[in-house]
Design a binder for this molecule. Structure first.
Ligand SMILES: C[S@@+](CC[C@H](N)C(=O)[O-])C[C@H]1O[C@@H](n2cnc3c(N)ncnc32)[C@H](O)[C@@H]1O
Length: 266
């Protein structure tokens, strides 16, 4: 059921028109985006959501912006259990995380399966901005990669990553975990995952430096259709490569999207 249907008896028609059609669910936490005009109604909305879904234990409100270099979008608890830590299940992977200490969005679950499908037997995979591990744990669990290198600068993300490695019973011989600046690596990976769209350009050199010739980079960036052309030019200026594919993986505002540009280093 959509959020608008659910709230039809508690909000006026005008108020309903301001409500988003749906909400994100991470583990047992429902994440609402409440416009300023509905601030006085946020508790009523949250109560309705909490009591309508058995598997939701906490309802939170997302803040307007994703903040800082750790890319956290803080949440405020509206009703339910007073915790922002939860256990999320996605693509057969268990992910423990805290919404106020780490980045996480469930909206990339399909995109993560796409990247998984590009991993070949024997690949060395480097996920240089891995967060709590939704890409790299999926890949370590379900691909025949030889090694998966997982790194994030946020020590809280690495704390949960290490728990998630255990929760998913990964073969620790195939994994390396780091808590470093991605710029400090010098690898020769077959596949490099660069999921830092907000600052993508400042890590282009890092992408080329850590990918072996013939390897593939999954380069995430934010752009509208026009800016996407500039992003491609920036990539080509940074090193010899062939663009393999551009995948739109969700919108982040009117006309602006999160893209993954896959390119092969030549
Ligand atoms: C957009 S999030 C992506 C996380 C994860 N890949 C996911 O899909 O959930 C970007 C991540 O990059 C990390 N980060 C930011 N700057 C970094 C740096 N210089 N080196 C390594 N990690 C960094 C942040 O802490 C954050 O977890």
């Amino acid at each position: 059921m959509g959020l608008k249907d659910l709230l039809k008896n508690v909000l006026t028609k005008e108020e309903l028109s301001l409500v988003k059609r749906s909400f994100d669910q991470v583990g047992s936490i429902a994440q609402l985006e409440v416009p300023e005009e509905l601030k006085s109604k946020e508790k009523i909305i949250a109560e309705k959501v909490l009591h309508s879904f058995k598997n939701i234990k906490t309802v939170v409100k997302k803040s307007d912006i994703t903040q800082g270099e750790y890319r956290i979008r803080p949440v405020k608890i509206l009703v339910g259990e007073k915790t922002t830590e939860t256990l999320h299940k996605e693509n057969g992977v268990l992910l423990k995380l805290d919404l106020n200490k780490t980045f996480f969005t469930p909206r990339l679950s399909g995109e993560r399966l796409r990247v998984l499908s590009r991993i070949n037997k024997g690949d060395v995979v480097a996920d240089l901005f891995c967060g709590v591990g939704p890409y790299s744990i999926l890949i370590a669990k379900f691909s025949k990669a030889k090694k998966v290198i997982m790194n994030d600068l946020n020590k809280n993300a690495v704390y949960y990553l290490e728990q998630n490695i255990k929760l998913n019973k990964l073969d620790e011989k195939r994994i390396e975990v780091y808590n470093r600046d991605a710029k400090s690596f010098k690898l020769k990976a077959d596949k490099v995952i660069m999921n830092i769209p907000k600052f993508s350009e400042s890590f282009l050199k890092t992408a080329f430096k850590n990918c072996k010739v013939g390897g593939t980079v999954f380069y995430y960036t934010f752009a509208n259709d026009e800016e996407l052309k500039d992003r491609v030019k920036e990539i080509k200026r940074a090193g010899d490569c062939r663009i393999l594919r551009k995948t739109k993986c969700g919108d982040i505002g009117p006309g602006t999207y999160r893209w993954c540009i896959d390119f092969k280093k030549l």
